[in-house]
Design a protein. Sequence first.
Length: 312
Amino acid sequence: MRRTATEGSPVSDLYPRLRAFEGRPAAVSGEGREPVNSSMIRHWCEALGDTDPAYTGKDPIAPATMLQAWTMGGLSGHQSRSPAVDELFALLDDAGYTAVVATDCEQEYLRALRPGQTITFDSVIESVSPRKTTRLGAGHFVTTRMEIRADGEPAGTHRFRILKYAPRKAVEERAAERPRPVINQDNAGFWEGVAAHRLLFQRCDACGTPRFPWLPGCGGCGSPEWTAVEASGAGTVHSYVVMHHPPFPAFDPPYAVALVELAEGVRMISNITGVAADRVRIGMPVTLEFLRVAPDQELPVFRAVAEEVETS
């Protein structure tokens, strides 16, 4: 018989069964599908706009934050995956904790990774939390710890934490709303601009480098001094994907998510409006507009320029 873990009626014997998974392997003797290589480094840096010469010189290194990227198995996964992970998730699913969200990760870097190195790893289920009540719903945090090696030598540690939870009814009722942006001290000025129908990016006061998204310091020269500059709103589609799956109540698939290059030289991710998703093209000119997605929320999106739509 299926036992549910709705709020106010926890399954009393579940947590000891969950804790029994602590220390069990999540992946054993895993090996990266590709060695560290300059092509992946280049794609990573281009996507992030990182021009640090340390990643492109005669003796390049990989950006430290790529640590986990070398362990990913792609859509086909890894043969090293342990059955313990599936058993743990099945136990949580059977108890009613059917939803999942990634909450955070922690990385420790022990050495620089260089092209040609072979990446191997082992992973363990480090901890399963007691039942926690969150804004999303009640559930359990599951943390895995991955030890990563380069050519057999320790290279770093990656901790990844998810929440397996039973959605609250209030959350389900709000599901048709778009997810709210996270506003903090570093990006509050950007969202204040959006509220005033202004798209603002940053320009470094020291070297003049424009940047987006908003950051506390310049990635080029490190200066913490900057000025907010209003974008004209003109841009072109630099890259895009068309989302078909998974469906989400707040969105009506298929829809296009694009990386838009603004006339001022910075790029931002947003939706493309005014044209069917299958007609979006790289290089398509777009212009800024503000889309109301909730009574108290507007978002910057980009509308395909009419002339381009008519002639494509």
